[in-house]
Design a protein around this ligand. Structure first.
Ligand code: NAP
Length: 332
């Protein structure tokens, strides 16, 4: 088995990963950024970004390309691969194995793998996935020109992507399980100001129904009154949050009750040498701005970790029993 050695492995090329790769390259750290797809992460599924300071409005893909080009100009090494396991060897180095059969080794890792869309787990969801059930407005919205469609959820993604879908839909229903959105006020105002939009409050989807050709409607239930109803739609877009992509970590790492990785202010996790940045980190908000901020801190903390580890190993080789590294690990 060929092992590729680096100083730092960065897992996931969304905004956090690209920013980490940029700073690592600038600092002349030998880093590899691993991602299965083209660079950009969630940006590739985002129509428009209008809250990135200094840029009034920009397409998600355009911003992804700009970030990737910027990091490349500093010498970012981006490699295709799906990291399936991350384990430590006896020397405390991380071994990252990809589904494609490659193995990368480094004393430090920054996890920037983001999250995966949560499933509604309603009957019909899996059956009609790709035939009317979608998790990406940009990818699939245009298939529903002039049709009646529904969005499920009440967070930023549901409200923002819902507004995007009004350009195609004849009528857009937003179905939310409570009587208020958690989305940012400005996003809500844009959505609610659109005459094509109707919000169905306090309501859950009991079933997604359809025909061989695809989705034809939803069975709904009002959670306050128990009233059941049916809604004719040909598409349903589900935006009910994220599950953090932490499954590749084979060793226990401290996380919150929803599975998001807990870090300190320097993005250090409970495992020495393992840092986390962006959407998979436990924090109040998950924005592009917070992702790149996290990533910047993580790179400088990782660089410090690498220097301290290397100094501790030198000391150890010179006979002082590796005290520095032991101290450093107990502080992490
Ligand atoms: P989110 O903020 O966690 O919102 C999920 C929504 O789905 C909530 O309204 C929740 O209802 C609802 N929900 C959860 N489970 C459900 C279920 N089983 N059935 C029905 N409804 C369910 O997730 P998100 O909107 O995907 O956003 C994820 C993160 O990315 C957030 O931090 C968000 O701020 C950020 N983001 C930001 C932007 C932006 O700034 N432009 C855009 C997209 C995402 P309750 O409200 O009742 O819990």
């Amino acid at each position: 088995m060929e092992v590729r050695d680096h100083q730092l492995i960065i897992v996931g090329a969304g905004p956090a990963g690209l920013c980490a790769a940029l700073y690592a390259a600038r600092s002349e750290i030998d880093a590899v950024l691993i991602d299965p797809g083209p660079a950009g992460g969630q940006l590739l599924l985002t129509d428009r970004v209008d809250d990135y300071p200094g840029i009034k409005t920009i397409g998600g893909m355009e911003l992804a390309d700009a970030m990737a080009e910027h990091a490349e100009s500093f010498g970012m090494k981006l490699t295709r691969g799906t990291v399936k396991s991350i384990e430590r060897d006896s020397e405390g180095r991380f071994l990252a194995e990809t589904a494609e059969g490659d193995t990368y080794r480094a004393p430090a890792v920054i996890m920037t793998a983001g999250g995966t869309h949560k499933l509604l787990n309603a009957p019909g969801e899996a059956e009609y996935a790709g035939r009317g059930v979608s998790y990406c407005a940009i990818c699939d919205g245009a298939f529903f020109k002039g049709e009646r469609i529904a969005v499920i959820g009440g967070g930023d993604a549901a409200v923002e992507e819902g507004e995007f879908l009004t350009r195609y839909a004849e009528k857009l229903y937003v179905i939310h399980r409570r009587d208020e959105f958690r989305a940012q006020k400005m996003l809500q105002d844009h959505l609610l100001g659109n005459p094509k939009v109707e919000v169905i409050w306090d309501t859950v989807v009991d079933e997604i129904v359809g025909q061989p050709t695809g989705v034809s409607g939803l069975k709904l239930r009002n959670v306050k009154t128990g009233h059941e109803s049916e809604l004719d739609v040909s598409g349903v877009f589900i935006f009910i949050g994220f599950t953090p992509n932490t499954g590749s970590l084979k060793e226990h790492v401290d996380h919150d009750e929803s599975g998001y990785i807990v870090t300190d202010g320097d993005m250090r996790t409970s495992i020495p040498g393992l840092f986390a940045a962006g959407d998979l980190r436990s924090q109040l908000v998950r924005q592009i701005t917070t992702a790149v901020g996290d990533a910047t801190t993580a790179v400088f903390a990782a660089e410090r970790y690498l220097k301290e580890r290397s100094a501790a190993r030198d000391t150890s080789e010179n006979g002082s029993e590796g005290q520095t590294e032991t101290m450093m690990e107990s502080n992490a």
